[in-house]
Design a binder for this molecule. Structure first.
Ligand code: SPV
Ligand code: MN
Length: 623
């Protein structure tokens, strides 16, 4: 190691850590760690390899630091984030733009020089009295064309521990890459801690993404979505890399769906946060590859995809034995699990919708909690936070797909776009073709907001491919990349749109939570051309008899004709209103190809013709 880095580092770490760092023949890694240490001034530094001992050390440190506390079941711990630090902070997340670069008006950005000065001054001395952990991970399977190496420096052992569960170890991978190996970098400090060990200065929370250096800074926050660098922060960097290299980095689950004759068909699905993405990926009897982020590449004429992660940072609310049996079972067994922002009583975790009675007192994200406790504005404090989560390795699930770590990924036969839409779209439909699907389904996802980000829930917002929060390139360019992607393969995946959230009169849900399993099975049958469909203005709809047969086979339930008509009637007026809203959504996007406007205009004509002929609500039997 060059003397100028060794000077900064030698006094801070033991011989094992120093040797671990020196064994990486990559000057940029040394420079990065030395810069982080010089800036944040930790008391000590620990450098972790992929060894089980080093990983166990991080787990112990999280408890010693008081960032996690053991629970009654072996391997389970709980972590709390601060009261005002419970979700992704979109307003404080900004791209640092070099002079002369623009990402379009929609992206939250600030000048690079000023931004760096600001965030680095917040990080200055932020680790005094603390230990900095240096960790190496790999996005995607190791030893694969999908792999991206990452180096994380954080003063939070909770963050480092979470990453251990969520990502593949990457020390050996980076070592193999040699002196020129490229990597993403993350520097995080929880900042000054209060008496509960949570970030004290959340009003000074900053998450800044330096696109020039593939580096992310995060300070004065602990919530995973703001701090687990490899998650959405890396996704932002990966979207830029994918744009440069001609592949796609997506906010998608990946799952293998079983069909007749032992067949397994792989589907990817993009849903905004809290819209049923994880529970779809974990449907009982199917096989999960991933629940949150996927990279898709055209390889030998086919779309192949990997799970970028190897664990799940999932929402625990409403996980119960009836609706999500696979994960519910896993959350009760001994094994490594971090629960965050749940209610803890008698060393047991409790969450809303778990199907058990809640204790009326315990510890939660507000500290000591009792039923009826209110916040400073007089609003009730829920026992567990709506965005409370669990962190596990996917391998802990009984239905983990055997190809999880396959360096070539899995072949993707269908892509599903989901959203939270109470009044417009049918529960499932198929696009006429790739272009129709990308434009009217993926790029047009409109979803009601949830507790996964700060701000009020329940407002209708567009969310391009469910990836809009993370887009680091112009929206128009991103949509164009999707359209062009089909040209790289012989047969693009079929495209579907689902909506689990449709309501009828009086706001009543039209579907049960398990119905999604039928929609997913229907898409699998369509991929193989085994069921026919009905042509509607917005896409292809299932035929009643096929759904009836699937409801009987999958859920052992009777699907009535009335339910079908109510759920699959085309709401022409509502769909036309959505097209009006879409006009604004697309209006200020630069770089959109003309096919976008043409496709939307054709959809409008079809809807207007149907409305003129048959009215505002048209039964699928009248199409
Ligand atoms: C999401 O909100 O989409 C998540 C969790 O998957 S976070 O890490 O906050 O992005
Ligand atoms: Mn997500």
């Amino acid at each position: 190691m060059d003397a100028k880095y060794a000077d900064v580092l030698t006094d801070k770490m033991d011989e094992a850590s120093l040797a671990c760092l020196e064994a990486l023949d990559n000057e940029r890694v040394h420079a990065y760690v030395a810069d982080a240490v010089g800036l944040c001034r930790p008391d000590s530094v620990i450098v972790c390899s992929d060894s089980p001992q080093d990983r166990a050390g991080i787990r112990r440190l999280a408890v010693e630091n008081g960032e996690e506390a053991p629970l009654a079941v072996e391997g389970h711990t709980v972590h709390f984030d601060g009261f005002h630090d419970q979700a992704r902070d979109k307003a404080a997340t900004k791209y640092l733009l070099p002079e002369g670069v623009s990402l379009g008006a929609q992206l939250n950005a600030t000048g690079r020089d000023d931004g760096l000065r600001e965030v680095r001054s917040l990080l200055e001395g932020a680790m005094e009295g603390k230990r900095l952990c240096v960790r190496f991970f790999c996005l995607g399977p190791t030893g694969s064309r999908f792999s991206i190496s990452c180096v994380q420096c954080t003063d939070s052992a909770y963050v480092a521990h979470s990453e251990d569960l969520l990502y593949r170890p990457g020390y050996e991978q980076l070592k193999r890459l040699g002196p020129d190996g490229e990597f993403f970098r993350f520097l995080h400090s929880a900042g000054r801690l209060d008496e509960r060990n949570t970030s004290a200065d959340v009003d000074q929370r900053r998450i800044y993404i330096d696109i020039l250096e593939d580096m992310v800074y995060s300070v004065n926050t602990q919530y995973g979505g703001n701090t687990i660098g490899l998650k959405k922060l890396a996704l932002r960097l990966a979207i830029r890399k994918a744009d440069r290299e001609g592949w796609l980095a997506e906010h998608m689950f990946l799952m293998g769906v079983r069909g007749p004759r032992q067949r397994v068909t792989y589907l990817a699905g993009a849903f905004p946060s809290m819209c049923g993405k994880t529970s779809t990926a974990m449907l009982p009897g199917e096989r999960i590859v991933g629940d949150d982020i996927a990279y898709l590449r055209a390889i030998d004429g086919r779309v192949r995809a990997v799970n970028v992660e190897s664990g799940i940072f999932g929402i625990v609310e409403n996980v119960n034995a009836h609706d999500d049996p696979v994960i519910h079972d896993c959350l009760r067994r001994p094994g490594e699990i971090i629960f965050s922002n749940v209610l803890v009583a008698g060393d047991r975790p409790y969450w809303l919708g778990m199907g058990e009675e809640m204790p009326d007192a315990g510890t939660n994200y507000s500290g000591r909690w009792h039923a009826g406790k209110t916040d400073s504005a007089g609003n009730p404090i829920t026992p567990s936070h709506h965005n409370a989560r669990y962190t596990i390795a996917i391998g802990a699930l009984e239905n983990c797909d055997p190809h999880l770590d396959d360096p070539d990924g899995v072949p993707v036969a269908g892509i599903i776009y989901g959203g939270r839409d109470s009044d417009t779209s049918v529960p499932v439909r198929e696009a006429f073709d790739w272009t129709h699907g990308v434009i009217t389904m993926g790029a047009s996802i409109e979803s009601e907001t949830t507790a996964a980000t700060l701000g009020s829930a329940g407002q209708r917002k567009f969310n391009i491919m469910s990836n809009q929060d993370f887009l680091a390139i112009g929206f128009g360019k991103y949509i164009r990349n999707h359209l062009d992607f089909a040209g790289k393969v012989e047969r693009p995946p079929l495209v579907f749109a689902t909506n689990y959230w449709l309501t009828g009169a009086g706001g009543r849900w039209l579907n049960g939570k398990l119905d999604k399993h039928v929609w997913i099975k229907w898409t699998e049958r369509r991929v193989h051309g085994e069921v026919e469909a009905i042509e509607a203005p917005t896409g292809l709809l299932p035929i009643y008899e096929d759904l009836k047969a699937l409801f009987a086979a999958v859920l052992e339930s009777d699907y009535s004709r009335d339910d079908y008509v109510e759920q699959f009637s085309i709401r022409t007026a509502k769909n036309l209103e959505k097209l009006d809203r879409l006009r604004d959504h697309f209006s200020d996007m630069a770089d959109l190809p003309p096919v976008v406007a043409e496709t939307l205009a054709a959809q409008r004509r079809r809807l207007e013709d149907l409305q003129a002929a048959k009215g505002d609500l048209v039964s699928p039997f009248d199409l």
